[in-house]
Design a protein around this ligand. Structure first.
Ligand code: C2E
Ligand code: MG
Ligand code: MG
Ligand code: MG
Length: 294
């Protein structure tokens, strides 16, 4: 970009621009490889019932460890994937890995196999054709019922091509997937439009949760969103809950679920198993598969 200099000329900042450009191209190239050679993983963050403390589901979040660069944050590689045409492949990879994980937990005899929420980018829901059919084929290939998967779609994605998004959403729900609206409060969706969509959860953006105890405006938004969602019979999830004060306030506002560092960070599958999933009792397990004498 250009900045007017004191002497009336322009200072060019091409150096900074091309650096960012070069990095973005490099990230895209490596991400393409990472998608096929196992450098990506999913971590799972619990959504917890605010009244009972029980696990209500997990959100799958992509994690990328590059051999040379170390951890690359989703805050960097998701936008690059969106800009450089890799987001559909990434979302498909996430959906497939989540389905595989659900099948594995199911077969391993965990008593509480959580619903897995997967993030879906705006491109799938609002621009591309056939996402619903591809998603269904993919979960079926892993013998996973669509009801085990929730798709998280951001408010802005739903608004950018509302008609198409509405159609795709209906197809997905008819197939048995459930839908959550992600980062709610950051877009400008109208109530009238929102209640036309077959949503089951509304996730309040963490910016409002972070500010709610210090800023009356944020508190007013959180309060209004929860009461509106309740009236529409949507479950509310507060994102980014980090403190006990936030938790208590949300409980008094009748929010349904919380997700955030207070309850748990996103965890690799083995840690989620240890800390959150309950094995079927010994008796149940024995009844299901009597031990074979050797
Ligand atoms: P999101 O879907 O809103 O996910 C929640 C983000 O909040 C995650 O960041 C999570 O690690 C973070 N978080 C959860 N609890 C707390 C907390 O208490 N405090 C703070 N400060 N942060 C918390 P993450 O994993 O960095 O992901 C960022 C965004 O990248 C996600 O936002 C989602 O939009 C996108 N993303 C991640 N994985 C995927 C993916 O597989 N596909 C697509 N399309 N997007 C993805
Ligand atoms: Mg999400
Ligand atoms: Mg979110
Ligand atoms: Mg977000």
């Amino acid at each position: 970009y250009q900045v007017k200099a004191r002497n009336g000329g322009y200072l060019m900042y091409e150096a900074g621009m091309s650096e960012r450009h070069t990095r973005s191209i490099a990230v895209a190239q490596r991400l393409k490889l990472a998608l096929t050679d196992g450098q990506l993983a999913l971590h799972y963050q619990p959504k917890v019932d605010i009244a009972t403390g029980q696990l209500r589901g997990v959100e799958a979040l992509a994690r990328w460890h590059d051999a040379e660069w170390g951890w690359v944050s989703p805050g960097e590689f998701i936008p690059v994937a969106e800009e450089r045409g890799l987001i559909s492949a990434l979302d498909a990879w996430c959906l497939e890995s989540a389905a595989r994980q659900w099948r594995q937990w199911h077969d391993a005899g965990w008593a509480e196999v959580p619903t897995i929420a997967v993030n879906i980018s705006a491109v799938e829901i609002s621009l591309q054709d056939g996402f619903a059919d591809r998603a269904l084929a993919l979960v079926q290939r892993h013998d996973v019922p669509p009801s085990a998967i929730e798709l998280e779609i951001t408010e802005t994605a739903l608004m950018c091509n509302a008609e198409k998004a509405e159609k795709t959403s209906r197809r997905l729900v008819e197939m048995g997937f459930s839908l959550a609206i992600d980062d709610f409060g950051t877009g400008y969706s109208s109530l009238a439009r929102l209640h036309k969509l077959p949503l089951s959860r509304l996730k309040i953006d963490m910016a409002f949760i972070a500010n709610m105890l210090a800023d009356v405006g944020s508190m007013a938004i959180v309060t209004a969103v929860i009461s509106m969602a309740r009236a529409l019979q949507l479950r509310t999830v507060a994102e980014g809950v980090e403190t006990a004060e936030q938790f208590d306030t949300l409980r008094s506002l009748l929010c349904d679920e919380v997700q955030g560092y207070l309850c748990s960070r996103p965890l690799p599958p083995s840690e989620l198993e240890q800390r959150w999933l309950r094995r079927a009792s010994r008796q149940e397990a024995a009844a299901a598969a009597p031990p074979v004498p050797t």
